[in-house]
Design a binder for this molecule. Structure first.
Ligand code: TXA
Ligand code: MG
Length: 307
């Protein structure tokens, strides 16, 4: 099978494929997602194709607040406040799920993660399918998330029926996941929308999951976003080059080494580029601006195997 690349003018065929139970990859403003309609048995294929553990629940993508109300229940005031302010956009909200939501989606749990993507193609596809699309990032489990069609093909060429071409993803890092089923809103995964922005918009502090407590966002327990070469995080790049083939992500200009700037929207591309170049090591030089980016640091540490 050759994986078909569907253009923005051919959205109808993407919708048909989804309704017929085929998995396809779709663009969002964060990363590409591997999508299936929430009620379709094809949801099961997401886990096998990605090699994703069954205990890791999926995010449901909606095109309206009414669609969210079909899968979530007892939605708190905070849900509406946040959805009105940040949707469509890269904020995922965890709420109580309705009984009608298949348990494979919630990995047997009582909650559901919901977001409304802002990518116009994603919104059109969801609307035309007429029900929420569940979609994890469209990468093999453990690989960096895909931010271009090319990345999706690297992992799934010949194994996936089609990918919708929506260009390069705007944010390049996954959505912020915020749980609303705890006494205070809890940040399950830092992401494209910053903690401080959320806090100032709801005028209350956002909590972190309890250390040593139950793992509330199952995905966070798996090693993720990993490139093949080991990552070294350093404050300064050494002046004498003793490595054969380092691949450097930094904001600084560094002699003859390949270097890139450390930025959220291109971070995953660089990890994949390093894999492609078969570099021995990836050196990351930190600077204050990147250290201040909670989501970028989270992905960097996880890619390095530190957390
Ligand atoms: O930006 C994104 O969020 C992308 C695009 C495609 O929308 N999706 C994405 O999905 O990153 P995924 O499956 O790769 O990551 C979802 C994260 C996982 O860590 C998962 O454990 C957590 O959200 N999650 C999903 N449902 C949950 C729930 N009901 N309770 C707690 N955590 C949940
Ligand atoms: Mg993922």
């Amino acid at each position: 099978m050759k994986t078909k690349i569907i253009s923005s003018e051919e959205i109808v065929s993407a919708v048909e494929l989804l309704k017929n139970g085929e998995l396809i990859a779709i663009p969002t403003e964060t990363v590409y997602g591997l999508a299936a309609p929430i009620s379709n048995p094809s949801v099961g294929k997401i886990f096998s194709l990605k090699g994703r553990p069954q205990d890791n629940p999926l995010i449901a993508h909606v095109s309206s607040i009414e669609m969210a109300e079909l899968i979530g229940q007892n939605l708190p005031r905070l849900f509406y406040q946040l959805a009105e302010k940040f949707w469509p956009g890269p904020l995922t909200l965890i709420v109580e799920k309705k009984d009608s939501v298949p348990s494979i989606v919630s990995a047997g749990g009582a909650t559901i993660a919901i977001r409304m993507p802002s990518h116009p193609l994603a919104l059109q596809i969801i609307e035309k399918v007429g029900e929420p699309l569940v979609a994890p990032s469209a990468n093999l489990s453990g690989r960096p998330s895909p931010t271009t069609v090319q990345h999706v093909l690297e992992d799934f060429e010949g194994k996936l029926v089609a990918v919708v071409d929506g260009g390069q993803c705007q944010y390049g890092i996954e959505s912020t996941v915020l749980s609303l089923v705890h006494p205070t809103p809890t940040l399950m995964r830092p992401g494209s929308i910053k903690r401080s922005v959320l806090e100032s918009s709801i005028d209350c502090k956002i909590s972190d999951p309890e250390v040593g407590g139950p793992i509330l966002s199952p995905g966070m327990k798996y090693r993720h976003y990993a490139p093949k070469a080991p990552i070294r995080i350093v404050q300064e790049f050494p002046s004498s080059g003793f490595l054969n083939d380092p691949f450097v992500i930094s904001r600084k200009k560094i002699g003859h080494f390949i270097h890139r700037s450390l930025q959220a929207n291109t971070f995953y591309s660089f990890l994949r580029e390093a894999d492609e170049k078969k570099v021995n090591e990836i050196w990351v030089v930190l600077d204050p601006e990147s250290v201040a980016d909670e989501a970028l640091m989270n992905r960097l540490y996880r890619a390095s195997g530190i957390t």
